[in-house]
Design a protein around this ligand. Structure first.
Ligand code: 13P
Length: 288
């Protein structure tokens, strides 16, 4: 199946009270592991690409070529969206040109009027080209690609202003942060989430920073209108741990254990296990 935008899968998720996972990709192994797991679980999936990861993978066109090739080569039949994660205005335009099916424009660091103006312009382009678009209000804390946010709670009225521009999905800061949560993390602000959901109605809401949020909080967030959950660091940690074990066990020194197809296999399997666990938790299995 060719790439699809994220509108239909997220509208269904919102109505059906489950969430679709966005898993960020970094290379071929990452992408393959995520696609195979989504297919195995008959789940829709969103592949997230940060601007840094896009650059690492040799540009957005390379990413589109790789993903489209895999959809065909692996016979992937579940809905897959290729989505720019935390895009700048210029990055969003570049991904639209390169053939992404979905973009996020993160204007959360601009004053609200500028966020609105830029989001509005990109909404019009995405509408014309059939892409879905995610906007953000209230910056998500933690560090991603060198951008550090403090983990704000979004203003529900500002969320409504951005939602009314016709975006497909909205990321609202509710105390969530990227990367590992510190021991003194106060948890998600369900009060903010409920207020945002009340103002934005049927708009699918996005929860960033999915790594390390306890399962009961994830379930509650879904019950309050979250329909897309982003996971990045957790796959990286799973890959790192499995790769470390392989090396520490000396497996790379046995026979052809140095072959990258062997060396990267445990990490790839670990990504699959993480994605499987998340798809189960988010409730999107068999919703393709
Ligand atoms: P984590 O790295 O904390 O899982 O966050 C991912 C994310 O929100 C990508 O936008």
């Amino acid at each position: 199946m060719p790439l699809v935008n994220a509108k239909e899968m997220l509208t269904k998720a919102k109505a059906g009270h489950y969430a679709v996972g966005q898993f960020n990709i970094n290379n071929l192994e990452w992408t393959k592991s995520i696609l195979l797991t989504a297919q195995e679980m008959n789940s829709p999936v969103i592949l997230g690409v940060s601007e840094g990861a896009g650059k690492y993978m040799c540009g957005y066109k390379t990413v589109v070529g790789m993903v489209e090739g895999m959809l065909e080569g692996l016979n992937i039949t579940v809905p897959v969206a290729l989505h720019l994660d935390h895009g700048s205005y210029e990055g969003a335009k570049a991904c639209i040109e390169a053939g992404f099916s979905s973009i996020m424009f993160d204007g959360s660091h601009y004053p609200i009027d500028e966020n609105i103006a830029k989001t509005k312009e990109l909404v019009a382009i995405c509408e014309e080209k059939g892409l879905s678009i995610e906007a953000e209000v209230g910056s998500i804390g933690g560090e991603e690609d060198g951008v550090v946010g403090a983990g704000e709670c979004a203003d529900p009225d500002e969320c409504k202003m951005i939602a009314d521009l016709g975006v497909t999905m909205l990321a609202a800061g509710i105390g969530n942060i990227h990367g590992k949560y510190p021991a003194n993390w106060a948890g998600l602000s369900f009060e903010t989430l409920a207020a945002v959901q009340e103002k934005t109605g049927t708009m699918p809401l996005v929860l960033h920073g999915g790594t390390g949020i306890p399962a009961d909080m994830i379930k509650k967030a879904i019950s309050l209108g979250v329909s897309k959950i982003n996971v990045n660091t957790e796959c990286q940690l799973a890959f790192q741990d499995a790769t470390r074990k392989y090396i520490e066990a000396g497996k790379d020194l046995e026979g052809k254990g140095f072959d990258p197809r062997k060396l990267l296999a445990p990490g790839s399997e670990a990504i699959k296990a993480t994605v499987r666990e998340k798809i189960e938790l988010f409730g999107s299995a068999n919703k393709a």
